[in-house]
Design a protein around this ligand. Structure first.
Ligand SMILES: *[C@@H]1O[C@H](CO)[C@@H](O)[C@H](O)[C@H]1NC(C)=O
Ligand SMILES: *[C@@H]1O[C@H](CO)[C@@H](O)[C@H](O)[C@H]1NC(C)=O
Ligand SMILES: *[C@@H]1O[C@H](CO)[C@@H](O)[C@H](O)[C@H]1NC(C)=O
Length: 303
């Protein structure tokens, strides 16, 4: 029932999660041989933030924390909002000659295609879309879907095959970049290559019938809860400038973000709450926390 009424979702907060862990750890210790053992919090991504915050808020419960890819500073203005997309861009630059540059050029090629009905039909066919694009109004959504695809690839650019967001080969960005070597092609050639490139992400298994622009990860990821959290506590500002990164310029627009949240969840975000509760950069009182991340990881912005 959690997702049927916002009143149930009120409990979905990081503070509540930490309190649950405090009780759970105590419960488990009382019922096991580990009564006197020290406990270390371990987590990655959102769980990495929880691990770090657990040590900060409950130092009597956990003696330390390993916080992997934990972006505890991706809030307010603690880091510049375009760093994240710069790291994503660097991942593509490192993975093949012409790769980031090719992606950089797809946006204007797409904008030209979206200008005519013939171009829009051509895109729907070339990208084998489940639902054909209808008009120029679909351009923003289509480009968002592509941006999210690049961002997701950066998050899962593992050196071994894995299937966290999608089933993927080892070093998936290198595979993607094999199709994006030449930025100086005409629009149709460039966009045909773009289709081949994103098909590495969407069709590595070979079982994908058509591409669904409403989806950027396997359904089992179940990220609806995160969407609610991003609309309440976890307000993370992102932006791109199209110069230091390969994305279309986009400013961080809190009002628009808040309006979208209101439409989807009937609530408005509290952008200053996380730093109020957890201290932002002022965490000198905390100890015994390891923040780990790989250099390709866009969540390493706080470095
Ligand atoms: C996915 O790959 C399979 C096998 O190569 C192919 O038959 C199918 O048409 C591809 N689907 C898309 C959407 O390109
Ligand atoms: C596309 O994805 C959305 C969101 O997951 C889903 O509701 C819809 O059924 C999918 N469409 C097709 C044709 O698979
Ligand atoms: C993207 O294109 C713009 C404008 O042509 C250029 O200034 C920028 O350096 C390019 N970025 C990359 C990563 O290629």
């Amino acid at each position: 029932m959690s997702f049927q009424d916002p009143k149930y979702l009120n409990y979905l907060t990081s503070e509540q999660a930490l309190a649950d862990f405090a009780l759970l750890i105590r419960f488990l210790k009382e019922r096991s041989e580990a009564r006197d053992s020290a406990v270390i919090a371990i987590g990655g991504s959102y769980g990495g933030m929880l691990a770090a915050w657990m040590r900060m808020k409950y130092p009597h419960v956990v003696v330390g924390a390993l916080a992997a890819s934990a972006p505890i500073w991706q809030f307010e203005e603690l880091v510049p909002c375009n760093l994240y997309y710069q790291i994503v861009t660097n991942d593509f630059k490192k993975s093949g000659p012409g790769c980031a540059e090719s992606i950089n050029k797809t946006w204007s090629a797409l904008n030209r295609m979206f200008k005519s009905d013939e171009g829009i039909r051509w895109l729907s066919g070339t990208f084998r879309l489940c639902a054909p694009l209808k008009s120029q109004d679909d351009a923003a959504g289509f480009k968002n879907w592509l941006s999210e695809t690049w961002v997701n690839l950066a998050m899962v650019d593992y050196p071994y095959p894995a299937d966290f967001l999608m089933p993927l080969p080892a070093w998936p960005i290198k595979e993607v970049c094999k199709y994006l070597r030449n930025p100086n092609l005409d629009d149709k050639q460039l966009l045909q290559n773009l289709f081949q490139a994103i098909n590495v992400y969407y069709n590595y298994t070979g079982n994908t019938q058509c591409l669904n622009t409403s989806q950027t990860a396997v359904g089992s990821l179940d990220d609806l809860g995160w969407s609610y959290q991003a609309c309440t506590e976890m307000v993370m500002p992102f932006c791109s400038d199209g110069i230091t990164d390969m994305f279309e310029p986009q400013t961080w627009n809190f009002e628009a973000f808040s309006d979208d949240c209101y439409k989807q969840w009937g609530i408005r975000p509290r952008p200053k709450w996380i730093t109020s509760v957890y201290g932002g950069k002022n965490i000198n009182a905390a100890s015994n926390i390891i923040f780990s991340n790989g250099g390709l990881d866009p969540w390493s912005v706080w470095r």
